[in-house]
Design a protein around this ligand. Structure first.
Ligand SMILES: Nc1ncnc2c1ncn2[C@@H]1O[C@H](COP(=O)(O)OP(=O)(O)OP(=O)(O)O)[C@@H](O)[C@H]1O
Ligand SMILES: [Mg+2]
Length: 303
């Protein structure tokens, strides 16, 4: 039987409207600004890859998406609801709708792999234990872990197995949104591709929305519908956008901006000199001259 027109329109809006909106978000920690005026909108079932060099704020952006870091300006909306208008309890409720695959698997060291994967089910649902066992079994199979891994502690697994266990735990509550922080870092190319395949499989299953933070261009090319590249603020002029690229993987390959080519081609350029200069600047500001005139300030280098 066809649904009434109004119901159909509302359902369509929900299905096609953005799942996540980042609206002019800035984040600072004390005097350090990490994100400046970031805006982006992520649609249902879309896979957005966030690229950018170490320290540019990728993890902070992911944490802001789930309300673990509060923006100093702007707002995050999940399914149209502003996180800043929700109580802590409501934000915690929203967080159960996300799967978060942390940078490093962030498993509980003292728990077995089984208990790690079962954790969200036991914490957030009343599913009977017999069913929890079935779900964990299915999740192990889904990420390609043997049943024998279930009884082991994280320390007894390889890095690739830990990443897959982290993914299984993130998928336990069948979240509509999965966030991945550096899912392939530290893995060999074959294991990295296994993880890329899993990300694709999860995103194709039931229209899961995915946000993938990575340095890995293979991951970006393989899984992204859209790529966003962030740039570290300290290397930008105050009026420059921190999002230096937004487009498809093919558009990224065609982009001639030297900042993007340097990252995509993995060239250090003059980064080594820049890093040394940054460290020297930091050391000079950190070391105030002492009362007896010693310390960096005593070097006489005022520049
Ligand atoms: N809780 C915090 N308190 C203070 N500073 C923080 C905090 N979290 C992150 N930062 C700072 O924010 C900046 C960006 O950190 P972030 O972890 O987002 O970088 P990243 O792009 O994920 O880097 P990487 O690729 O190395 O993981 C860094 O300078 C970091 O020191
Ligand atoms: Mg990070």
């Amino acid at each position: 039987m066809p649904a009434p027109a109004a119901t159909t329109a509302a359902a369509t809006d929900r299905a096609t409207g953005p799942v996540l909106e980042v609206d002019h978000v800035s984040v600072r920690f004390g005097s350090q600004q990490v994100l400046r005026d970031i805006s982006l909108s992520i649609g249902a079932a879309e896979t957005v890859v966030i690229l950018g060099e170490s320290g540019c704020g990728k993890t902070v952006l992911l944490k802001t998406l789930i309300g673990l870091v509060r923006p100093s300006a702007g707002e995050i909306r999940f399914e149209g609801k502003s996180l800043s208008r929700l109580t802590d309890r409501q934000v915690a409720g929203v967080r159960t709708r996300y799967g978060f695959v942390f940078q490093g698997a962030a498993l509980f060291d003292s728990l077995s792999i089984f208990d790690n994967i079962a954790f969200p089910l036991r914490e957030h649902t009343r599913i009977p234990e017999s069913q929890v066992v079935e779900i964990v079994d299915d999740l192990l199979a889904e990420v390609g872990l043997p049943r024998s891994a279930a009884a082991k502690k994280p320390v007894e697994l390889s890095g690739g197995m830990r990443k897959r266990a982290g993914l299984a735990r993130a998928l336990a509550l069948e979240p509509p949104v999965v966030l991945y922080d550096e899912p392939t870092t530290g893995l060999d190319p074959i294991m990295s591709d296994v993880i890329n395949e899993l990300i694709l499989r999860v995103s194709h299953r039931g229209g899961v929305t995915s946000v993938v933070v990575t340095h890995d261009m293979n991951t970006a090319r393989k899984v992204a519908d859209r790529i966003i590249m962030l740039y570290p603020l300290f290397r930008l002029a105050p009026t420059d956008s921190q999002i230096v690229f937004e487009g498809t993987p093919a558009e990224l390959d065609r982009c001639r901006d030297p900042r993007i080519r340097q990252f995509v081609e993995g060239r250090a350029g003059n980064r080594l000199t820049e890093l040394r200069d940054e460290q020297e600047r930091a050391a000079t500001t950190a070391q105030e001259p002492t009362a007896d005139g010693r310390g960096a300030g005593a070097s006489g280098d005022e520049s």
